[in-house]
Design a protein around this ligand. Structure first.
Ligand code: ADP
Ligand code: MG
Ligand code: MG
Length: 893
């Protein structure tokens, strides 16, 4: 249904079926759109007759005639794709008017102002959407608004509603004149011509740049096409007994089960969304100021009907709905319903509460939450104890804490973000062409518009922090600045936004870790009861391990030992080890590292009490621990220059000694220098070249494990050898590890349960998995290196061409973000099957960055891995995804 009628059309049909008041209309299906693009923008033969037939049906239903000046029927023509694309496609209202018909409407309604205001709106929308009169540059004002603003300035009036009939007549004329002058197009007077023009404009807009951009950001295929909805007009601008509004069946920001919405008296739909006038809350619950006049108090009967419709819609769709309504002379009409966009917090709360009220099963509730969205819940907020310079307050349109440099248009936002800058996009109001810039920005600030304005709705959908309708600020595009009181903030200056309070803060505000709510815990428990895949974390420090445990990690899948060597004192011991020319000196340097490394492991084992900890032996090439060659050469030059001015002998000697040390370092750096360090002396190759190194690390691990065990900690070390290509490499390292383990356990008189396994991160290792499995207790797929080596590209250099590849569709996704299932995945699948054949009890996991990516997690589940390991913040995402995979599987069977 949705694929044919589009979301809007299908839901309108559904509302009719539920007996709700919907203005009569018809929908031209997405099939016609597909036909239109396949046949050089033409329509199937039968379409014209069908459209006519439907118009006749509506005419007889309403008792008005399309194009009849005596008693005219007017239409709205709206686009509607299968997936909701807010504001992406333009709507034309009041279609079917001309100079004669406007007079007819004025007579019939006995309200010339109403008639001319509709005509003015129609010419404006039609001129923009169908005839294409739009601003040329992003910073230009809308050409129609420019004319209106000029007239208002001349007449010294503020509100559109203060325009007189003559003003409106003047505007209609002026609009038509400018349309003709700037586009060369004559405004069509024949209503039928107008209708067909609008229909092809809707189809045409499917391929406009901003629609294409939105689709590519949201993974919507171009082939889907849009439907066209033609619907009889109803009027919210017929006087003070008329109104128009939008509402959410629950609070889209917090998820609270209360009716939430905004409306305007005597207005047409677009006015609420566009934020031209600031709308009023529909009920007391949404009231922000005491002066606010609620719909509940102003039109109690209609409000009551609306609340009834709210519960009908919720129990029918079993999800939070976002609706548009219009009241025409006291009669309520429903114009749209769709699944409402919501924040991560709201999404979680709604899913859990709907399950608890019996509306959803646990499985359904779990499927309702997008794993990626959880990300927003787990991220930092502003430090409540910090001294924040709050300079303005707007509406808390989409929660989050964002800091960045101010920019004033979407193009700049994209450009700056590409350069790696954090930006806040500041606009008077946003419109669909700003989508790209909104996506690139850390946060969005607008001076106009309500909680349902374009900026607010889109930001919530993106999970992006947004403060909307901030009246305290005055934005001047031409000067690239905004003004608060007597303070001007220029492009490039830092500000921070609090999307949960609406606060605008000067400078870059400090943040703190988030608190996790009860709904989160509940949903995660449900996920754990359903999922089969284990979730571990990549953590190198007790702190990271602690965070991961709070997020529900059941072990460490990757503890990188090298990160521990980068601290000041350790680095010097590490360098001493590297500089040592023989095993004896090397061992003495390593002896200095041993106690520190032991302490590290004790800390981690204590946090991970009862859970497995996979520790990888040293992996990166040694030159990473030395200063760079360029750096060393510069230091040497400096030191040598100093020699010249030094005449104190002791100081000279000290200088010379320094020079010698740095020369040694430089020599070593030259020796260690590799053209392709990624494929050089790293991974197990280090431990094979310098067995003392593996020995020291093994000692540290087993010492720590024995000490912890004696203290009553339940330890499960799993030692992992990186970057092997053959079983011989593993055997070599395993012999060292086992020998050390025996010695330490004997020394302490303690027996430990430990495993020795390997990473599978080179294609040869995957191909020889059967062979290697015979020697390994476990495999952990290192998908970062496996991706690099399977695709023959280095992650550090691929940035030059990967984005282009993805853009051109040569690669479907960025292979370091989403696992290349066809290639790398095939190797993993092969290695899993071969490994299990050779050793049925072998433990299998993955510890690359892909362990936190939903589509990759789905793949790992399907090939039968026991666990994924990902960064602490992605643990909940992995847990939820792992549950969703099981639910999807069950639904398929
Ligand atoms: P969007 O996808 O941007 O929400 P819509 O097609 O829903 O666009 O419509 C734009 C505006 O026009 C909305 O405010 C809607 O309520 C109003 N509108 C649409 N159809 C009608 C109609 N038949 N009568 C009155 N207002 C309408
Ligand atoms: Mg709409
Ligand atoms: Mg690796």
């Amino acid at each position: 249904m949705k694929s044919l009628l589009g979301g809007k059309g299908a839901n309108l049909a559904e509302m009719c079926r539920l007996g709700l008041p919907v203005p009569p209309g018809f929908t031209i299906s997405t099939d016609v759109c597909t036909y239109y693009y396949k046949h050089h923008s033409s329509y199937p033969k039968s379409l014209e007759a069908e459209v006519l037939e439907n118009i006749r049906r509506i005419e007889s239903e309403i008792g008005k005639t399309f194009g009849d000046p005596e008693n005219p029927l007017l239409f709205s023509v709206r686009s509607g794709a299968r997936a909701s694309m807010p504001g992406m496609m333009d709507t034309v209202l009041n279609l079917g008017m001309n100079d004669k018909i406007v007079v007819g409407i004025a007579n019939l309604s006995k309200n010339p102002r109403f008639a001319w205001d509709n005509y003015r709106r129609f010419v404006q929308m039609y001129g923009d959407v169908v005839l294409g009169l739009q601003p040329i540059n992003p910073n230009d004002a809308d050409p129609f608004e420019e004319i209106i603003d000029k007239l208002k300035a001349e007449k010294r009036i503020e509100l559109d509603t203060d325009l007189s009939v003559d003003d409106l007549k003047f505007l209609v004329q002026e609009f038509k004149y400018v349309i003709k002058a700037r586009t060369g197009k004559e405004f069509p007077t024949d209503p039928m011509k107008q209708l067909w023009g609008a229909i092809s404009a809707v189809f045409g807009s499917w391929m406009n740049t901003r629609a294409i951009k939105y689709r590519s950001l949201n993974g919507i295929p171009d082939e889907w096409g849009t439907a066209v909805n033609v619907q009889a007009m109803v009027y919210g601008n017929m006087g003070t007994d008329s109104a128009t509004g939008v509402a959410f069946t629950r609070d889209p920001s917090t998820g609270e089960n209360k009716f939430y919405g905004e409306y305007l008296v005597n207005a047409q739909g677009e006015d609420v969304v566009a934020g031209v006038r600031t709308p009023q809350p529909i009920n007391k619950a949404g009231r922000k100021n005491t002066e606010d006049i609620t719909l509940e108090s102003l039109m109690p009967i209609q409000y009551k009907e609306l609340t009834k419709i709210r519960s009908i819609l919720e129990s029918h769709y079993r999800d939070m709905q976002d609706v548009e309504f219009t009241i025409e002379r006291g009669v309520l009409w429903m114009l749209q319903t769709r699944t409402g966009k919501r924040t991560a917090t709201a999404s979680l709360r709604i899913a859990v509460e709907m399950q608890e009220s019996g509306m959803l099963t646990k499985e359904e509730a779990l499927m309702r939450v997008d794993p990626e969205q959880l990300n927003h819940l787990l991220h930092p907020t502003f430090d409540p104890n910090a001294d924040l310079k709050v300079v303005a307050k707007g509406l808390p349109a989409s929660p989050g804490a964002a800091s960045g440099r101010v920019v004033f248009n979407a193009d700049d936002a994209e450009e700056w973000a590409e350069r790696g800058e954090d930006v806040i996009l500041v606009r008077i109001e946003t419109s669909p062409e700003d989508i790209g810039g909104m996506d690139a920005a850390k946060g969005i600030l607008t001076s106009r518009g309500g909680m349902t304005s374009h900026a607010a709705v889109v930001a919530r959908g993106m999970g992006k922090c947004c403060v909307a309708g901030c009246k305290d600020i005055f934005v001047v595009y031409s000067a690239k600045q905004f003004v608060i009181g007597d303070k001007a903030i220029n492009q490039g200056e830092w500000i921070s936004l609090n999307g949960s309070t609406g606060e605008v803060i000067l400078g870059k505000a400090p943040t703190v870790e988030p608190e996790i709510s009860g709904n989160f815990t509940k949903l995660m428990e449900w996920a754990d009861s359903i999922k089969r895949l284990g979730v571990r974390t990549n953590a190198d420090t007790p702190h990271d391990a602690q965070v991961a445990i709070q997020f529900g990690a059941k072990g460490i899948g990757l503890c990188r030992t090298e990160h521990m060597f980068f601290q000041e004192e350790r680095l010097s011991a590490m360098r001493e080890m590297i500089m040592a020319d023989n095993p004896v000196w090397r061992k003495s340097a390593l002896a200095k590292l041993l106690p520190m490394q032991t302490e590290d492991f004790i800390g981690i084992f204590e946090v991970m009490d009862g859970l497995p900890v996979t520790i990888r032996t040293l992996d990166p090439p040694l030159h990473e621990f030395l200063p760079s060659r360029v750096e060393l050469m510069e230091t040497l030059l400096d030191l040598k220059l100093k020699l010249k001015d030094e005449n104190d002998l002791t100081k000279l000697n000290a200088l010379l000694k320094k020079i010698r040390i740095n020369e040694d370092l430089l020599n070593k750096a030259e020796v260690l220098n590799e053209v392709n360090p990624m494929l050089g002396t790293r991974g197990c190759r280090l431990g094979i070249m310098y067995p003392e190194l593996t020995e020291m690390q093994a000692k540290a691990i087993f010492e720590a494990a024995c000490i912890c065990k004696r203290r009553g900690v339940d330890v499960h070390p799993e030692i992992m050898v990186p970057l092997i290509t053959s079983k011989e490499e593993l055997i070599h390292q395993k012999n060292i590890i086992n020998k050390v383990a025996r010695e330490i356990m004997d020394k302490h008189g303690i027996e430990l349960d430990y495993l020795v396994g390997t990473m599978i991160e080179l294609p040869r290792a995957a191909l020889l998995a059967a062979d290697i499995a015979a020697e390994a207790d476990f495999f952990s797929f290192g998908t970062n290196d496996l991706t690099q080596t399977t695709l023959g590209l280095s992650r550090d250099d691929a940035g030059k061409f990967l984005p282009y590849y993805v853009q051109k569709g040569i690669y479907k996704d960025e292979p370091f973000q989403k696992l290349d299932q066809a290639g790398v995945g095939k190797l993993i699948d092969f290695a899993v099957r071969e490994g299990q054949k050779a050793k049925p009890a072998i433990k299998l996991g993955i510890c690359g960055e892909h362990g936190g990516d939903p589509s990759s997690i789905e793949f790992f589940h399907k090939v039968g891995l026991a666990y994924v390991s990902c960064s602490p913040y992605r643990v909940p995402i992995a847990r939820l995804t792992a549950a969703q995979v099981v639910i999807k599987e069950e639904r398929e069977n």
